[in-house]
Design a protein around this ligand. Structure first.
Ligand code: PRP
Length: 179
Protein backbone atom coordinates (compact mmCIF):
# COMPACT_ATOMS: atom_id res chain seq x y z
CA UNK A 1 0.00 0.00 0.00
CA UNK A 2 1.51 3.40 -0.91
CA UNK A 3 2.34 5.66 2.02
CA UNK A 4 -0.23 8.40 2.28
CA UNK A 5 -0.34 10.93 5.10
CA UNK A 6 -3.36 10.55 7.35
CA UNK A 7 -4.78 11.59 10.69
CA UNK A 8 -7.07 9.64 12.94
CA UNK A 9 -10.29 11.18 14.24
CA UNK A 10 -11.79 9.59 17.33
CA UNK A 11 -15.04 7.79 16.48
CA UNK A 12 -15.78 5.65 19.58
CA UNK A 13 -14.06 6.61 22.84
CA UNK A 14 -12.37 4.16 25.21
CA UNK A 15 -15.01 5.11 27.79
CA UNK A 16 -17.90 4.31 25.41
CA UNK A 17 -16.30 0.97 24.52
CA UNK A 18 -15.87 0.06 28.20
CA UNK A 19 -19.50 0.93 28.96
CA UNK A 20 -20.75 -1.13 26.02
CA UNK A 21 -18.61 -4.12 27.06
CA UNK A 22 -20.08 -3.98 30.56
CA UNK A 23 -23.62 -4.12 29.14
CA UNK A 24 -22.75 -6.90 26.68
CA UNK A 25 -21.13 -8.98 29.40
CA UNK A 26 -24.29 -8.89 31.48
CA UNK A 27 -26.18 -10.42 28.52
CA UNK A 28 -23.44 -12.97 27.84
CA UNK A 29 -23.34 -13.99 31.50
CA UNK A 30 -27.13 -14.56 31.41
CA UNK A 31 -26.81 -16.69 28.29
CA UNK A 32 -24.03 -18.87 29.67
CA UNK A 33 -24.90 -18.85 33.39
CA UNK A 34 -25.61 -22.60 33.31
CA UNK A 35 -22.30 -23.62 31.78
CA UNK A 36 -19.08 -24.55 33.53
CA UNK A 37 -17.09 -25.07 30.35
CA UNK A 38 -17.25 -21.95 28.19
CA UNK A 39 -14.39 -21.50 25.73
CA UNK A 40 -13.90 -17.89 24.65
CA UNK A 41 -12.22 -17.91 21.24
CA UNK A 42 -10.58 -14.79 19.83
CA UNK A 43 -10.05 -14.39 16.09
CA UNK A 44 -6.52 -13.13 15.60
CA UNK A 45 -5.20 -10.67 15.21
CA UNK A 46 -7.79 -7.91 15.41
CA UNK A 47 -9.71 -9.21 18.45
CA UNK A 48 -6.79 -9.30 20.89
CA UNK A 49 -7.64 -6.04 22.69
CA UNK A 50 -11.40 -6.64 22.72
CA UNK A 51 -11.11 -10.18 24.08
CA UNK A 52 -8.73 -9.00 26.82
CA UNK A 53 -11.25 -6.44 28.06
CA UNK A 54 -14.22 -8.74 27.52
CA UNK A 55 -12.94 -11.70 29.54
CA UNK A 56 -11.96 -9.46 32.46
CA UNK A 57 -15.54 -8.21 32.60
CA UNK A 58 -17.06 -11.72 32.35
CA UNK A 59 -17.86 -13.28 35.69
CA UNK A 60 -17.94 -16.87 34.41
CA UNK A 61 -15.58 -19.85 34.50
CA UNK A 62 -13.91 -19.71 31.11
CA UNK A 63 -10.99 -20.89 29.04
CA UNK A 64 -9.41 -18.69 26.38
CA UNK A 65 -8.20 -19.85 23.00
CA UNK A 66 -7.35 -18.26 19.67
CA UNK A 67 -7.79 -19.00 15.98
CA UNK A 68 -6.42 -17.07 13.02
CA UNK A 69 -8.21 -16.95 9.69
CA UNK A 70 -7.45 -15.10 6.52
CA UNK A 71 -9.69 -14.54 3.56
CA UNK A 72 -8.53 -14.35 -0.02
CA UNK A 73 -10.55 -12.83 -2.84
CA UNK A 74 -10.60 -14.81 -6.07
CA UNK A 75 -12.04 -12.10 -8.27
CA UNK A 76 -15.57 -12.85 -7.16
CA UNK A 77 -16.19 -11.08 -3.88
CA UNK A 78 -19.01 -13.35 -2.83
CA UNK A 79 -16.96 -16.55 -3.11
CA UNK A 80 -13.97 -15.59 -0.94
CA UNK A 81 -11.96 -18.45 0.42
CA UNK A 82 -11.23 -18.37 4.15
CA UNK A 83 -8.19 -20.27 5.36
CA UNK A 84 -7.19 -21.17 8.90
CA UNK A 85 -3.64 -19.93 9.52
CA UNK A 86 -3.47 -20.83 13.21
CA UNK A 87 -5.82 -23.32 14.76
CA UNK A 88 -7.30 -23.74 18.25
CA UNK A 89 -5.33 -25.57 20.90
CA UNK A 90 -8.52 -26.93 22.48
CA UNK A 91 -10.81 -29.61 21.14
CA UNK A 92 -14.22 -28.02 21.21
CA UNK A 93 -16.48 -31.03 20.75
CA UNK A 94 -19.32 -30.72 23.24
CA UNK A 95 -18.01 -27.37 24.52
CA UNK A 96 -19.92 -24.11 24.72
CA UNK A 97 -18.08 -21.50 22.64
CA UNK A 98 -18.13 -17.71 22.41
CA UNK A 99 -16.39 -16.46 19.25
CA UNK A 100 -14.95 -12.97 19.61
CA UNK A 101 -14.33 -10.78 16.57
CA UNK A 102 -13.28 -7.16 16.23
CA UNK A 103 -15.30 -6.34 13.12
CA UNK A 104 -17.76 -7.99 10.76
CA UNK A 105 -17.36 -6.59 7.27
CA UNK A 106 -18.31 -8.88 4.37
CA UNK A 107 -19.12 -11.57 6.96
CA UNK A 108 -17.01 -14.27 5.30
CA UNK A 109 -14.55 -14.74 8.17
CA UNK A 110 -17.00 -15.17 11.03
CA UNK A 111 -19.40 -17.15 8.86
CA UNK A 112 -16.66 -19.60 7.88
CA UNK A 113 -15.23 -20.02 11.39
CA UNK A 114 -18.72 -20.49 12.84
CA UNK A 115 -19.46 -23.25 10.34
CA UNK A 116 -16.09 -24.87 11.01
CA UNK A 117 -16.64 -25.01 14.77
CA UNK A 118 -20.12 -26.42 14.23
CA UNK A 119 -18.69 -29.25 12.11
CA UNK A 120 -16.29 -29.96 14.99
CA UNK A 121 -19.27 -30.54 17.27
CA UNK A 122 -19.29 -27.47 19.48
CA UNK A 123 -22.33 -27.41 21.77
CA UNK A 124 -23.76 -23.89 22.13
CA UNK A 125 -21.96 -21.53 19.78
CA UNK A 126 -22.42 -17.78 20.00
CA UNK A 127 -20.50 -14.89 18.51
CA UNK A 128 -19.79 -11.31 19.42
CA UNK A 129 -18.31 -8.55 17.29
CA UNK A 130 -17.30 -5.17 18.63
CA UNK A 131 -18.08 -3.48 15.31
CA UNK A 132 -20.43 -4.30 12.46
CA UNK A 133 -20.57 -2.74 9.01
CA UNK A 134 -23.89 -4.13 7.73
CA UNK A 135 -23.66 -2.16 4.48
CA UNK A 136 -20.61 -4.25 3.44
CA UNK A 137 -22.20 -7.67 3.96
CA UNK A 138 -21.76 -10.32 1.24
CA UNK A 139 -23.02 -13.34 3.15
CA UNK A 140 -26.05 -13.62 5.38
CA UNK A 141 -24.38 -13.52 8.77
CA UNK A 142 -25.04 -11.63 11.96
CA UNK A 143 -23.17 -11.95 15.25
CA UNK A 144 -25.31 -12.74 18.29
CA UNK A 145 -24.03 -9.59 20.00
CA UNK A 146 -22.69 -6.43 18.39
CA UNK A 147 -20.98 -3.55 20.15
CA UNK A 148 -21.57 -0.80 17.61
CA UNK A 149 -23.00 -0.66 14.09
CA UNK A 150 -20.90 1.69 12.00
CA UNK A 151 -21.04 3.10 8.47
CA UNK A 152 -18.54 2.02 5.83
CA UNK A 153 -15.62 4.05 7.21
CA UNK A 154 -11.96 3.12 7.40
CA UNK A 155 -11.55 2.41 11.12
CA UNK A 156 -8.47 1.68 13.23
CA UNK A 157 -7.47 1.19 16.84
CA UNK A 158 -8.50 -1.04 19.73
CA UNK A 159 -6.89 -3.98 17.89
CA UNK A 160 -7.74 -2.93 14.34
CA UNK A 161 -4.89 -1.96 12.03
CA UNK A 162 -4.12 0.18 9.05
CA UNK A 163 -1.27 -1.60 7.22
CA UNK A 164 -0.40 -3.24 10.59
CA UNK A 165 -0.23 0.12 12.40
CA UNK A 166 -2.44 1.76 15.04
CA UNK A 167 -3.68 -1.47 16.66
CA UNK A 168 -2.57 -0.07 20.02
CA UNK A 169 -4.83 2.99 20.05
CA UNK A 170 -7.16 2.75 23.08
CA UNK A 171 -10.17 4.00 21.06
CA UNK A 172 -11.76 3.37 17.65
CA UNK A 173 -10.72 6.03 15.18
CA UNK A 174 -11.54 6.94 11.63
CA UNK A 175 -8.72 7.33 9.11
CA UNK A 176 -8.74 10.63 7.25
CA UNK A 177 -6.22 11.08 4.47
CA UNK A 178 -4.68 14.54 4.34
CA UNK A 179 -3.06 14.58 0.89
C1 PRP B 1 -10.28 -8.41 9.56
C2 PRP B 1 -11.06 -8.44 10.85
C3 PRP B 1 -11.96 -9.62 10.70
C4 PRP B 1 -12.19 -9.69 9.20
C5 PRP B 1 -13.56 -9.16 8.90
O1 PRP B 1 -9.21 -9.28 9.70
O2 PRP B 1 -10.20 -8.57 11.96
O3 PRP B 1 -11.35 -10.81 11.13
O4 PRP B 1 -11.19 -8.87 8.58
O5 PRP B 1 -13.77 -9.14 7.52
P1 PRP B 1 -14.89 -9.98 6.78
O6 PRP B 1 -16.16 -9.85 7.54
O7 PRP B 1 -14.93 -9.28 5.44
O8 PRP B 1 -14.43 -11.40 6.65
P2 PRP B 1 -7.87 -9.17 8.83
O9 PRP B 1 -7.94 -10.19 7.73
O10 PRP B 1 -7.62 -7.76 8.45
O11 PRP B 1 -6.77 -9.69 9.84
P3 PRP B 1 -6.35 -9.18 11.29
O12 PRP B 1 -7.48 -9.56 12.24
O13 PRP B 1 -5.12 -9.94 11.56
O14 PRP B 1 -6.12 -7.69 11.25
Amino acid sequence: MPERPYVIDEMISAKAIAARIEALCREIADEFEDTDKLVVVGLLRGSFVFIADLVRELDLPIEVDFIEASSYGDGMESSREVRILKDLRSGIEGRDVLLVEDIVDTGHTLNHVTQLLRTRGSARLRSIALLDKPSRREVDFRADWTGFEIPDEFVVGYGIDFAQRNRNLPFIGKVRFTD
